[in-house]
Design a protein around this ligand. Structure first.
Ligand SMILES: [Zn+2]
Length: 256
């Protein structure tokens, strides 16, 4: 599938609704937390909305679905969770989702940690990861353990390095500030922080990033970094396991 149009629509305080559209004018939305700004883009571009993909039940990711369905007859795909009553098709880990009327196909990946039923969607070189993986960060552990989240992030990190990472929030600038505190000598992180500051100053999104960027810069994917381990040495033994490092970084970030 060539020439897909990928566009983050900013809604609410700092959420992104992701829009994917084909050259024929068929569209898929991911996590519409609000209807009006999304409807404006769909109508302005005269797109036919085919499917809505939902990653998890939080209102800032599903709150716009009803308002969008009032205007478009689209299928709503989500993990099996009674907290997502608007869904009419459910996915499990490794479910394949064909988008009606198009050649688009995505695969669901179960990524518990932020919430217990959270899924990500992968296809066409794109990863929609909701509040699991952020650029230079990860989601809070509302319903999962550090081990679950680390396993979920590892599943995502195993995808191709050039995969575009489409996250649910614009948190990258403060994530970079936090990460630089742990790993000030990481030159790739320094570059990413400078790039993000430039983009944000111009009012542009810092996303999508790539998995390669995240492997180089994201402290939650870098539990083997000697510099991060040294930064945590007051709290952790030298031979700390990856999950102990992950949990220590997450706890520091929660207090950041
Ligand atoms: Zn959330």
């Amino acid at each position: 599938m060539e020439n897909l149009f990928l566009h983050p629509i900013r809604v609410l305080r700092d959420n992104y609704v992701w829009l994917v559209a084909t050259t024929a004018g068929d569209a898929v939305l991911v996590d519409p937390g609000e209807a009006a700004p999304v409807l404006a883009v769909l109508q302005e571009r005269r797109l036919r909305l085919r499917s809505i993909l939902l990653t998890h039940h939080h209102p800032d990711h599903i709150g716009g679905v009803a308002g969008i369905l009032a205007e478009f007859d689209a299928q709503v795909i989500a993990p099996r969770d009674p907290r997502i009553p608007c869904a009419n098709r459910h996915v499990d880990d490794a479910s394949r989702i064909g988008i009606p009327g198009t050649e688009l196909e995505f695969m669901a990946i179960h990524v518990p940690g932020h919430t217990s039923t959270h899924v990500a969607y992968h296809g066409h070189g794109l990863l929609f990861c909701g509040d699991t993986l952020f650029s230079v960060g990860c989601g809070r552990l509302f319903e999962g353990t550090p081990q679950q989240m680390l396993d979920s992030l590892s599943k995502l990190a195993a995808l191709a390095a050039d995969t575009k990472v489409c996250c649910g929030h614009e948190y990258t600038e403060s994530n970079c500030a936090f990460a630089l505190g742990l790993e000030p000598g990481n030159s790739r992180l320094q570059q990413r922080a400078a790039q993000v500051a430039h983009l944000r100053a111009a009012g542009l999104p810092s996303l999508p990033s790539t998995l390669a960027d995240e492997m180089d810069c994201n402290p939650f994917l870098r539990t083997d970094s000697a510099e991060i381990r040294a930064s945590l040495s007051r709290d952790l033994p030298e031979d700390a396991s990856p999950v102990e490092v992950f949990a220590a970084v997450r706890a520091l970030k929660d207090a950041f």
